[in-house]
Design a protein. Structure first.
Length: 180
């Protein structure tokens, strides 16, 4: 196998195709078939992306967790909502930042902000409800992953072209949920 010369047309594409082993870039033969395969590779669709961050505070605990997250505690979180579109609207936008921001922030303020997020089977749930505490009941453990999915589903239900929601539970811990 001879290394591809740097002057070979389409070298970038061929190098990409023949570098699966992670080693030096080699091509078995410089043939029309190889070049045709390289050139017929479908290029990715160009997308426009906008991202909106929403900051909020919540409390939770994780059922059956063996570490310190089994105790009631809270977080200052940041939800990062990513929208994508192949086309821009008549104003040249994927979505107006204030539209997605208002939609998500309103829902988060009403449901999650300064609220205790608990699993429906959490034994402390009736006590907190009886005490008049604000509680959001989840069907799953209120992990960062499940909270990201919850926000994703709300944004998707509003008709926004959401592709991913990430939740920074702390400055160094991030979980996300995205469209497959």
């Amino acid at each position: 196998m001879k290394p591809l010369p740097s002057s070979f047309p389409g070298t970038g594409i061929l190098r990409l195709l023949f570098s699966a082993s992670g080693g030096p870039y080699h091509s078995p033969v410089y043939s029309a078939a190889c070049f045709k395969t390289a050139c017929s590779t479908q290029l990715p669709i160009q997308m426009y992306t906008v991202t909106k961050e929403i900051h909020f505070c919540y409390g939770h605990r994780l059922l059956n967790h063996q570490g310190k997250c089994k105790h009631l505690h809270g977080h200052n979180a940041t939800a990062v909502i990513r929208l994508e579109s192949e086309q821009l609207d008549s104003l040249g936008m994927v979505c107006d930042f204030s539209d997605i921001g208002d939609y998500v922030k309103t829902w988060i303020n009403q449901n999650l902000d300064h609220t205790m997020l608990l699993h429906a089977q959490d034994p402390v749930l009736p006590l907190l409800q009886e005490a008049g505490e604000t509680v959001y009941v989840m069907r799953d453990n209120p992990t960062a992953e499940n909270i990201a999915r919850l926000i994703f589903e709300h944004v998707q239900g509003g008709g926004f072209p959401v592709v991913e929601v990430a939740l920074h539970e702390t400055d160094s811990a991030l979980a996300s949920y995205r469209k497959s």
